[in-house]
Structure formats: C-alpha cells, structure tokens
Design a protein around this ligand. Sequence first.
Ligand SMILES: NC(=O)c1ccc[n+]([C@@H]2O[C@H](COP(=O)([O-])OP(=O)(O)OC[C@H]3O[C@@H](n4cnc5c(N)ncnc54)[C@H](OP(=O)(O)O)[C@@H]3O)[C@@H](O)[C@H]2O)c1
Length: 333
Amino acid sequence: MTNGQMPTRQLGSQGLRVGAVGLGTMGMTMAYGPGDPGGSTAAIHRAYELGVTLFDTAELYGLGTGSSEQLLGRAVRGFRGDVVLATKFGYDLSDPAKIGTALNSRPHHIREVTENSLRHLGTDHIDLLYQHRVDPAVPIEDVAGTVGELVAEGKVRWFGLSEAGEDEIRRAHAAHPVSVLQTEYSVFERAVEADVLPALRELGIGFVPYSPLGRGFLTGDVRPAAAYPPDDMRSWDDRWQPGNYESNVSAVGELTAIARGKNATVAQLALAWLLAQGDDIVPIPGTRDPRRVEENVRAASLALTDGDLKRIHAVLPHGAAGARYPVALMPHW
Ligand SMILES: NC(=O)c1ccc[n+]([C@@H]2O[C@H](COP(=O)([O-])OP(=O)(O)OC[C@H]3O[C@@H](n4cnc5c(N)ncnc54)[C@H](OP(=O)(O)O)[C@@H]3O)[C@@H](O)[C@H]2O)c1
C-alpha cells in the first residue's frame, strides 16, 4: 500500500505495512513555535504524493482541543483509505497546568479519548492506537485488554506503545499483540539499542523512532537555545544549552561533511542511518514544510555502506551531549 516510489516496510507481525519514512505532526500544533496550518496541510499532501503512508498524531498534540487530529483528519480526507493514521491516548489534559505530566490510562478514559480521536480525525477507525506513556497507576494488561476490545469492535486496527520499557512491552504483548513501539531514537539518542530493540526483535514488534532528526538539531537549521521563543522547546532542551550546543554543532558539522560526500544533506544522512539499523524501523520526521518533506523522504533511497556507518558511529559513539528530557520530567515525558 503506497502511492509513490517509496519502498514499504512491515511493522510488527500483525500485518501493518507502511512507507519506509512516515510523517510526524506534533510540530504542526505544538513544541516548535507557532503553527503553520497551510504549510502543514501542504506538507501532509506532499508526503502522501511521495509515498508516505504513516501519519503520526496524538490527543496531546492538540493540548485538549483536538486541533492536531483535526488538522490531520482534514488533510487526508481525499485519500483516507490509503494511509495509516496513528494517534495516542494516555494523558490527563483536564488541568491546563498539568498538561504533559498528568497521566490517565484507565480503561474508561481510553474509551473516551478514542471516541474523541475518531471524531476529531473524521474517521470510523484508528489504524494504530498507541498508549503515549505507561501509566504506573494502571496495569499494562488492563490497557492492552481495553485496546484489544476496541480492536474487536472495529474501532482500532493495531496496538502500539510509546516509551515503554522491556518488561511493560512483554506484559502488554502477552495480553494483546503489540505491533509497534515508538520511542526517541536517532544518531543523537541511542538508549533503546541496549535492551529495547533486542526485545522488540525477539517478539516481532516493529519500531518507530520519534524525533529522528534530534528535534531538528540533525539538520542544517539550528540556533542556540536563546534564539528560540519560550514556547519552542528547543529554548530549554538540554542539547541546545551552552556547552552541549557547541559540542553538538561540531558533531553535526562532521556528519554534514560525511553527508556531502554522498551528495546528501545531514538530515537525509540521519534518517538513512536509522533506516540502516534494521528493516523493522520506520522513522517519522516532523515538518511543516513540503520542501523539507521532499528532502526527508529522499533519505529512503540513500544507501549507506558499512564504512559510512562506522564513520557516523565514530562521530557520535554514544549520542549527543545533553539529556533528551529534563531529569525531573523523565518519568512522564
Ligand atoms: N511518542 C512520543 O512521545 C513523541 C515525542 C516526540 C515526537 N513524537 C512524534 O515524532 C515526530 C517527529 O519528532 P519531532 O517532530 O519531535 O522531531 P524531529 O522530527 O527530529 O525534528 C523536527 C524538527 O526538525 C525540523 N525539520 C524537519 N525536517 C527538516 C529538514 N529537512 N531541514 C531542517 N529542519 C527540519 C522541523 O521544523 P519545521 O516544522 O519548521 O520544518 C522541526 O522543528 C513528531 O512530529 C511526533 O509525531 C512522538
């Protein structure tokens, strides 16, 4: 199932197959400064023309208004049947002061959020429904069981987890098959390599790396933290802070030189590096710009040799300088 020239990949063992590069929509409504609905819609349309079939959103990205799912649902209306819509539940958005930190995966809440997501997306089924964060207050078996019921009712097709650890993945998978895990993974952020990726491969679960461009650092367009407005998370992201920033700029400079040698951009190199980590991996770079979609999608045809992979590894053997989330927020984010 693909519209353009892009190769497809299988995610998990339950029949989910998508274009090798997907599209993330978080930045269209939050996290990286003001939205651009026109550019975002054009980006979604261009992605579809180029063979992207996996489109990623979440209840959270609308900050309780449904705006992210509505934007995506409207944009895909003309080709809904050709694409995989992925969304996520798991936050409690009732208190604006706690958005992003309060969790709620109670079965009743999952059902409520799913009904809202169906309405906002303007669809009768969600292709891929993720739990956004593990909720320590709710056994993961109850979460998997609830999503299993939604699958049986035809409201959901595939079950995903986000940022779950190995134990939770195993327990959830035993209760209802998990097709995909989504967690941050890039040349900058490598924690999943130790335990999570091997477990996924053992269980036959696909992997969707989020923030595959290191939240935009692994591109030619990066500025120091102070140059971003306060509503742009790069203003406080540790990897942008003085000290870490200079070290990371230097590493991206070395990666850019490797990319140039292959007639590619550093963003394409970063995405091709992820694709080369296994054919069970489908990155979802986020952008509001159709030209950047074109650039990112072309990474699917950039072949890296073993020598290229070794050179990239030598630049950043353990990932970027700086933590990916503030330590106090790690349990929730
Ligand atoms: N499960 C989770 O907890 C979780 C967390 C974070 C993200 N996600 C998902 O993963 C998706 C991707 O992650 P992300 O958006 O955080 O980070 P990302 O894809 O690593 O980077 C996005 C940033 O890079 C910029 N960008 C993209 N392509 C570019 C290019 N070719 N050249 C220059 N700049 C470029 C974008 O700016 P412009 O928009 O201005 O182009 C945006 O600021 C999200 O959209 C979301 O769907 C999931």
